[in-house]
Every structure is written in C-alpha cells, then in structure tokens.
Design a protein around this ligand. Structure first.
Ligand code: UD1
Ligand code: CA
Length: 467
C-alpha cells in the first residue's frame, strides 16, 4: 500500500487534567500514540508522519523512527494538517489518524484506503454508529443518503445531536484534493478552530466525491479524551490481547485478571493465573506457568519455567527454572536452565548457572554463580561498600552455608564450602572449607537454674561460664 499516514498528536488533551500530553498516556505499558503508529505500519503505510505540538519533546521521544512536524499553536485538526503540508506529497492517498484513538486496527485502515481508492472519492471517512454519540462529530446526510457534512458536538442543532452516526477521526484523503482546498478552512465555529471535518462540506460544494465507511466494531474507534475513556480503552485492549493469546493456545483462569501488553509473545500451553501483568518487550515460552500475583516486564521466560507471586524485570529465566514465591529479579539477571530463585529472594545483575539454587531469603547482586551451586538460606552478597559495587564469583558445585555473608570482591572456588553464619571476606580455594565463626560455649544447667529462679539472674547479669 502506497499511502502515507499522518498521525495528529499535537493536542493538549485538556480533559485529561494532566501534566503529560494526552497521547503520551499509556495503555498496557505502551503510549497511546504508539498504537496508532503501529497500526498504520501494520496496514502497510510506507511512510508515517506525526504532528506534534503540546509537549512535543516528550511525544517525539516516544516516536523514534517517525518523522515529526511541529504545530506550535494548536489551532485545530485542520490546522494540524496544514502544518504538515510542506513535508507531504500532494498526490496519492493520505491517511489521517488521531493519536488519541488507540484501538484502531490495521485491517480497518487498509480497508478504508482500498475503498477510497476504488471509489475515486476525495475523502473516505471512517464512521461508527454509537449508542451514545455524545462528544463526537455527527455525520450529516442529505435526502439521498449521501454524506454532506460533519458537524461537531458543540455546533450541532438539537436534531443533529440525535444522529447516531459519528466521525471516528480517521480519514483517507486524495492528497491532491485535500491540499487544493485545505486553505479554505476557517475558524467560524463554536471552538474557533480550523476543523479538518469541514473538508467534507467543502468537497461536497465542489462536487467532489465523499464516502463514509462504517466500521464493523464501534469499539475500535473510541477516542480517549478523559481518564474514564483511558480506562475504557485499557479494558477493551486487555480483552483483545487476552483473546488473541487464548486463541493461540494460552490458558487463563480469569482473563479479566490478566494484563498483557501489545509487545508480548507467549508460547502454547502456557498457563496464566490471576493478577498477572506481562509488559514491555517480553517473550514467554511454551508450557510456562505464571502467577498468581506476578509481574514480568521486558524479560524472557523460557519453556517450562514457572514464576509464582514474583516480579521479573529486564531478566532471563531459563528453561525449567523456577522463580518465587515472592522473588524479585531486577535488571540483568540470567537464571540458567533449571535454576531456582526461591522464596523472598532478590537478585540483581547476576548470572545463576544451570541447576543452581538460591532457595530462601537471599540477596544476590553483581554475582556470577556457576552450575550446581547451592546458596543456603539467608546468604547474601555484600556487593556495596558505600561507594562502589563489587563482584562475587561462585564457581561450579560450591556450597554456600546458610547465613553466609560474601564480602565482595570475592571468589569462591569450585566445589568449596562455606560454613553457616560465616562472614567470608577472602577468596576461597577450590575444594576448601572456609569457616569464620567464634567457638560455641555451653553453660550446663543454666536454663534450669533460670527457670527455678523465676526469670533472669537477680543481678540482671547473665551468669558466666564456670561461675
Ligand atoms: C475530533 C473530530 C470529531 C471526531 C473525534 C473522534 C475535529 C474538529 N473533530 O474531535 O469530529 O468525532 O475527533 O475522536 O476534527 N490535534 C492536533 N492539533 C490540534 C488539535 C488536535 O494535533 O490543533 C490532535 C489531538 O492531539 C488528537 C486529535 O487531533 O490526537 C483529535 O483532537 P481532539 O481535540 O481530541 O478532537 P475531538 O474533539 O475529539
Ligand atoms: Ca479526541
């Protein structure tokens, strides 16, 4: 498809009551405007241009790879198109999309372009029949049923308000016709803006063709103007994503309690339990179990792994590995095949080798752990000296006793053992035992005497050994 898409994204979005430009608000972790750009690309548009203005820097940062044109003062949708004129071709099809209508589908865009090109009309307007058309521009038809105008809500007569066919804000123009007449737009209306919608009556007056294409699914055209509509759009996209994954072989106990972003891939026979969020660029393998109460962001979870009641960010969970319950994998973790990050374990920027286990109550940071290592309960890497982070290396087959403090930088050799409750601050050779622990004392009968005395010794001092 040779069409160019122009995405209007310069408006402030006053009704959002936000410091963030409207189109930068996210749905399932992705800013609204990106959904529109992605749909245009997926429809086959060979060029996508965005008009930015309000909060332009913030919006342009979201649009890497998209050409942006500035509209310094937001004088209306018609004015936004005028601003982009200098960079656009004046022939072929020009799609105009609203950056605040994130539910639009690629197929709908492609069908609109095809219908306009077949008909030779100056514009094809995508319309929808809504139960409640409040807030949208209304499609006014003449007695023969032909479209003759779009009238904005604030400019509607009482009778026009009752029209249930609305303008979705998605158009395919014949660029030549558009640019031949766009200068004739005016601001003689309720909002004092240049309305792009007035192109319809201008074309009709010139005897040029105007066609309306009604969308099959009106949900697709929801414009997000308020936080209430943002939540509505989120719900609809949540449903759409979940349905796609379920139809592709993913089980969800309750799809109302699963949120999956648009850039997430999931393999077959994966099961997703309630209160699970999968966001960002995330790849989930086949036969994985996720949740309940789990967040996976910008991560890879390989086949047959499981993540229970945990958070995984910017990390890789290897095949058959297990995470949780209540583990926190922070950016840069690579958990090997069949490795384990267990209960109340935090790991950051570390590699945990194949079959190695960190089962309980540990903090592992900036570490490289080999294969088949066991890290006992409560063990931690002391990786930060208050100024810098230091590395810990634990070689294959080492056994870290419970409550070991590994004071980095440090290397524990292959097959070495550290004794429980040791603070290990010097490298340990392969095969050695490192123990750092004071001798145990035993005071015979002490507990019996204490109970007989009705509590602690009378002078408040602990009785000393041998006294
Ligand atoms: C617009 C349509 C309305 C339609 C509705 C569908 C006009 C005049 N009205 O109304 O018929 O039913 O969309 O959702 O077009 N924008 C700019 N520059 C501007 C003004 C707006 O880039 O100067 C952008 C906004 O960022 C937004 C889009 O254009 O992405 C639509 O603007 P908005 O103000 O939301 O128009 P609506 O009142 O919703
Ligand atoms: Ca809007």
């Amino acid at each position: 498809m040779g069409a160019t898409a122009l995405v209007l994204a310069a408006g402030e979005g006053t009704r959002m009551k936000s410091d963030l430009p409207k189109v930068a608000h996210s749905i399932l972790g992705v800013p609204m405007v990106n959904y529109v750009v992605d749909a245009a690309r997926e429809a086959g548009c060979d060029r996508v241009v965005a008009v930015t203005g309000h909060g332009a820097e913030a919006v342009e940062r979201l649009l890497s790879g998209v050409e942006c044109v500035r509209q310094d003062r937001q004088l209306g949708t018609g004015h936004a198109v005028m601003c982009a004129r200098e960079v656009l071709d004046d022939s072929g099809s020009l799609l105009v999309l609203s950056g605040d209508s994130p539910l639009i589908r690629a197929e709908t865009i492609a069908a609109l372009v095809a219908a306009r090109e077949e008909s030779g009309a100056a514009v094809g307007v995508l319309t929808a029949h809504l139960g409640d058309p409040t807030g949208y521009g209304r499609i006014v038809r003449d007695s023969d049923g032909g479209v003759c105008a779009i009238v904005e809500q604030n400019d509607c007569t009482h009778a026009q308000c009752a029209i249930d066919e609305v303008n979705t804000g998605t158009y395919c123009f014949d660029a030549a016709a558009l640019f031949a007449h766009v200068d004739r737009l005016h601001t003689d209306n309720a909002q004092g803006e240049f309305y792009l919608t007035d192109m319809v009556s201008l074309f009709v007056a010139e005897g040029l063709g105007v066609i309306a294409i009604a969308v099959d699914d009106p949900l697709e055209t929801l414009g997000v103007n308020s936080r209430v509509q943002l939540a509505e759009a989120t719900k609809i996209l949540q449903h759409r994503m979940n349905e796609r994954h379920m139809l592709a072989g993913v089980t969800m106990t309750d799809p109302n309690l699963v949120w999956i972003g648009p850039r997430v891939e999931i393999g077959r026979d994966t099961e997703i339990l309630p209160m699970t969020f999968l966001m960002g660029e995330t790849h989930i393998g086949a036969g994985v179990t996720l949740g309940p109460d789990t967040r996976v962001i910008d991560s890879v979870v390989a086949d047959s792994a499981s993540v229970d009641s945990s958070i995984v960010i910017g990390s890789e969970v290897g095949p058959g590995a297990t995470v949780g319950p209540v583990a926190y994998l922070r950016p840069g973790v690579v958990l090997g095949r069949k490795a384990k990050a267990g209960t109340c374990v935090e790991i950051k920027n570390s590699k945990v080798g194949e079959g190695s286990k960190v089962p309980h109550l540990s903090y592992i940071g900036d570490a490289t752990i080999g294969a088949d290592v066991n890290v006992g309960a409560g063990s931690i890497t002391c990786n930060y000296d208050g100024f810098r982070k230091h590395e810990t290396v634990i070689e294959d087959g080492a056994f870290i006793g419970s409550d070991t403090m590994l004071v980095a930088p440090i290397r524990i050799g292959a097959g070495a053992v550290t004794a429980a409750a040791s603070a290990i601050s010097r490298d340990v050779k392969p095969g050695s035992l490192a123990i750092e622990r004071s001798d145990q004392r035993e005071i015979e009968g002490w507990a019996v005497r204490r109970r007989a005395g009705g509590g602690a010794p009378k002078d408040g001092q602990t009785e000393r050994e041998g006294e």
